[in-house]
Design a protein around this ligand. Structure first.
Ligand code: 13P
Length: 254
């Protein structure tokens, strides 16, 4: 049976607001076509400024729109922040949190990310939680240790005080920091092992959650075919390759 694969297109801040709109509207028919023709889920994550325009453009289509971050607060005097409630009112269905670029830029702690997670669940937005190891941790062979440490914190709050609706997918994106924008990726064996491990832990500790396990970091049309073969991968978080339409199309279709 054909797998339902999530393709999350993280545009980061690579385009200005006009370029983002142009990219979305000039490829509108193609986006719709491949979202319609297979079981895949396509999620576009533009800048905050274009969330609303894109939600309007893709209204009543199968394309979903996601944000690249949200505030850990629900409301109040937090200059520059965007709350989960507003994202939900706009029609945002997904939101990336804990991306290493945003952690580095904003000095977010794990607690911050956990609070963002709770906010998103509260407003029925699917979190896309990024986790991954540094190059040093990878070279020291501690990838699995790093992942379990981070996952445990999510399992704890899920099992203590958060009720996640059955229908709401919770995405875990394994994104090794050293693979982002570098052209390097873990080997096939490493990905098989890491995803088997993440799958086992999610099923053991939070079987009630509708988990979606994603891989991110230098995904492109050359490596996608092999990655799609990995048993426990349910989707991909794609950066630069998602901004070249032909490349993105190949990634989805290959
Ligand atoms: P690249 O696909 O450009 O490596 O970026 C990955 C990423 O950070 C997606 O969130």
């Amino acid at each position: 049976m054909e797998k339902d694969i999530l393709f999350v297109s993280n545009w980061k801040m690579n385009l200005n607001c006009d370029e983002e709109l142009d990219f979305a509207s000039s490829n509108y028919d193609k986006f719709i076509e491949f979202a319609e023709k297979n079981k895949n889920t396509i999620i576009l994550c533009p800048s905050f400024l274009n969330l609303y325009p894109l939600i309007k453009i893709f209204k009543e289509t199968k394309i979903k729109i996601g944000a690249q971050d949200c505030s850990k607060h629900s409301k109040g005097s937090f200059t520059s922040q965007i709350c989960a409630e507003s994202l939900s009112l706009l029609g945002c269905k997904y939101c990336i949190i804990g991306h290493s670029e945003s952690i580095k830029e904003n000095k977010y702690t794990t607690d911050d990310i956990l609070q963002k997670f709770s906010q998103l669940i509260n407003y029925k937005i699917s979190p896309i939680v990024c986790i991954g190891e540094s190059i040093k941790e990878y070279e020291n062979g501690t990838t699995i240790d790093i992942i379990i440490k981070k996952l445990e914190k999510f399992f704890n709050i899920i099992n203590s005080n958060i009720i996640i609706p059955e229908y709401l997918p919770v995405c875990l994106a394994y994104e090794p920091l050293w693979a982002i924008g570098t052209g390097k990726t873990p080997t096939q064996d490493q990905l098989e092992t890491t995803f088997a491990y993440i799958f086992e832990k999610t099923q053991k500790f939070c079987p009630q959650v509708k988990w979606k396990l994603l891989y991110g970091g230098s995904v492109n049309s050359k490596n996608i075919k092999k990655m799609k073969e990995i048993k426990n991968i349910n989707g991909f978080l794609i950066g630069s390759a998602s901004l070249n339409f032909q490349e993105f199309e190949k990634i989805v279709e290959l």
